[in-house]
Design a protein around this ligand. Structure first.
Ligand code: OFO
Length: 168
């Protein structure tokens, strides 16, 4: 397997685990704020990010690579408002999209067709991740400082679940 592609995917495994850790920090933030639905949304996202990291690990392993795991950076642990948390989610997902796109660029340059095909799933997934975050920001803008609206949104976010696809 091309070394540049391996290095880029290995760095992305770390970024996916960092993403998981960031969402766990956001989960703890909302636990502390008495917002169990938002805490749940972040916890499901924490699980989804671990799934992304494991999917990449499994792909690298299937192509004969052993992955050297690096330290995971400490995430932010405090945000000034609910809006600030979700703005952070969107900004973070945009940076992950840029990172995945950059790896796809390397795979294209190196003519690694299997990786190009593998990364398509992540490229599609990032569209959804950004859309979810920007929809929540729009809803928070509508709610403004209406406490009842915020509680209704919290109830809605309590419904989110994540289950790893069986084939994985
Ligand atoms: Fe792994 O998609 Fe979010 O970070």
């Amino acid at each position: 397997m091309n070394q540049k592609v391996v290095e880029a995917l290995t760095a992305q495994v770390n970024k996916e685990f960092y993403s998981a850790y960031l969402y766990l920090a956001m989960n703890q933030h909302f636990e502390g704020e008495g917002m169990p639905g938002m805490a749940n949304w972040m916890y499901q996202q924490f699980q989804e990010e671990q799934f992304h990291a494991k999917k990449m690990l499994k792909y690298l392993n299937s192509r004969g690579q052993k992955v050297i795991l690096e330290a995971i950076e400490k995430p932010l642990i405090e945000w000034p408002s609910t809006m600030a948390v979700f703005e952070n989610v969107l900004e973070h997902e945009e940076s992950i999209t840029a990172s995945i796109n950059a790896i796809q660029g390397i795979a294209v340059d190196e003519k690694d067709f299997a990786t190009m095909n593998f990364l398509q799933w992540f490229i599609d997934e990032q569209i959804e991740e950004e859309e979810n975050a920007s929809n929540l920001i729009k809803q928070l803008e509508l709610i403004g400082d209406n406490g009842y609206g915020l509680l209704m949104l919290d109830k809605e976010l309590a419904q989110r679940t994540f289950a790893e696809p069986a084939a994985e």
